[in-house]
Design a protein around this ligand. Structure first.
Ligand SMILES: Nc1nc2c(c(=O)[nH]1)N[C@H]1C(S)=C(S)[C@@H](COP(=O)(O)OP(=O)(O)OC[C@H]3O[C@@H](n4cnc5c(N)ncnc54)[C@H](O)[C@@H]3O)O[C@H]1N2
Ligand code: MOO
Length: 393
């Protein structure tokens, strides 16, 4: 058995980065930047008014002034202010040449084209002015390569002059469930059958990542059926199998994969749940074999599959980041496998589920955190601080 850390390093070594695609901004959300986002223009391009009012020269304060024209957003006033002159101005409009502050209209009394101050005088130059380049300059770095594009990055990119962004493509992920007992969700069951819940769970876990999921359905517990599904999965960037990863007579995934020409890199890691995890290469595809127990599939998908997808899709930080919080219950000392306890984080405190059997599904419906118990972790007392991973899936 290898450690979680070693398995992570070896898994990423099997993977390569997806190609870079110039992607229109409306399709960019969730993908990862292939290059730093560098501003192609300065913002604002010129000095702009932040308010509706009058543009004046600070040196002319406290007025009065005569209004010589108007500057509105998208319609600049093409002229300069001389002494004693003002221009009616609106939010987002260019400041006329020579003006260096804006007085809001609430502080001005107007009679025809003559205005005078009725409120506070501006205290300094550039009052209510957004100066040219005060948001960003041409050449400023607005986001780093490897960052996941969110709504804010899309806004900044649009403002910085981009209509498309260089983004990594998302990998195509083929999912194969395996087991004679499995029936697609929602169909009638005999008592020896169970709903195949893992594939839909994993597709849902992947849905917020840039990837294309193809559920290839259920392989039966024989080499021919597995071989057929693996053949169908050819061309996928990642092939995920679920179940059949252990050592029973009907656990055939490792053998089916090697028969199909896969080179397996590791099989079995020191983690609970998830010990029978396997990874290798089948052609150009990375193959990840998850254990079938629902809790094991859930934890190993979160710890390994999601980071693998993020990595191939160009993320600079593919691994989930741990946080810490006090624990409401005592936890016994750990053992030779690192443990990831399904838990609920509520009001800043963590409560692990009493039931940590990897075969149970009910806790998954309310778990929002995994408590991390490293190999040989010391016991935890009530109120002790423990590390956890938020389940943001
Ligand atoms: N003698 C040993 N037996 C087992 C070992 C071991 O080391 N020695 N490891 C155990 C561990 S740990 C795990 S985890 C399981 C994983 O086994 P498999 O990956 O081979 O999973 P299966 O046997 O196919 O199924 C286990 C369990 O999960 C259910 N299952 C399978 N696929 C799905 C699915 N798509 N959706 C919902 N549930 C699924 C299946 O019906 C079984 O109940 O092995 C232990 N055994
Ligand atoms: O490691 Mo298994 O995944 O405990 O049930």
């Amino acid at each position: 058995m290898i450690s979680v850390e070693e398995a992570r390093q070896r898994l990423l070594k099997l993977a390569s980065l997806m190609p870079v695609v110039s992607t229109p901004l409306p399709l960019a959300k969730g993908r990862f930047l292939a290059e730093d986002l560098i501003a192609r223009r300065q913002q604002p391009a010129a000095h702009m008014s932040a308010m509706d009012g009058y543009a004046v020269r600070f040196s002319d304060c406290p007025g009065p002034w005569s209004v010589i024209g108007e500057s509105a957003a998208g319609h600049r006033y093409n002229g300069a202010l001389a002494a004693g002159e003002a221009v009616r101005i609106f939010t987002g409009a260019h400041l006329p040449e020579n003006s260096d502050c804006v007085i809001i209209q609430e502080d001005i009394e107007r009679s025809g084209d003559n205005i005078s101050l009725c409120g506070d005088a501006p205290h300094q130059k550039w009052h209510h002015v957004r100066k040219a380049g005060s948001d960003f300059s041409n050449g400023d770095r607005l986001a780093q390569a490897g960052t996941q594009v969110n709504a804010g990055i899309i806004a900044a990119a649009a403002m910085a002059g981009y209509g498309d962004l260089p983004l990594f493509a998302g990998p195509r992920v083929a999912i194969i469930s395996s087991g004679d007992e499995l029936v697609p969700p929602g169909l009638p069951l005999r008592t020896e059958q169970i709903p195949s819940s893992n594939a839909v769970m994993i597709a849902a876990m992947l849905s917020s990542l840039p990837c294309e999921v193809q559920d290839l359905g259920i392989a039966r517990d024989n080499l021919a059926s597995l071989a057929e599904k693996l053949e169908q999965a050819k061309g996928a960037d990642i092939i995920v199998t679920i179940g059949g990863a252990s050592v029973g007579d009907h656990d055939l995934v490792h053998r089916a994969a090697t028969d199909a020409g896969a080179t397996m890199d590791f099989w079995r890691i020191a983690v609970r749940p998830g010990k029978p995890l396997m990874a290798g290469k089948l052609g150009n595809s990375v193959m990840l074999g998850l254990p079938g127990n629902p809790g094991s599939a859930f934890v190993t998908a979160f710890l390994f599959l999601l980071p693998l997808v993020r990595h191939m899709a160009g993320s600079a930080q593919p691994w989930p980041t741990s946080l810490s919080a006090p624990c409401t219950t005592a936890i016994a000392a750990g053992g030779p496998r690192a443990e990831y306890l399904r838990a609920v984080l509520q009001d800043g405190e963590l409560t692990p589920f009493h039931m940590q059997d990897s075969g149970v599904t009910k806790p998954l419906a309310s778990a929002n955190a995994l408590i991390i118990r490293p190999v040989d972790a010391p016991p935890v007392g009530v109120g002790d601080i423990v590390a956890y991973l938020p389940l943001d899936i």
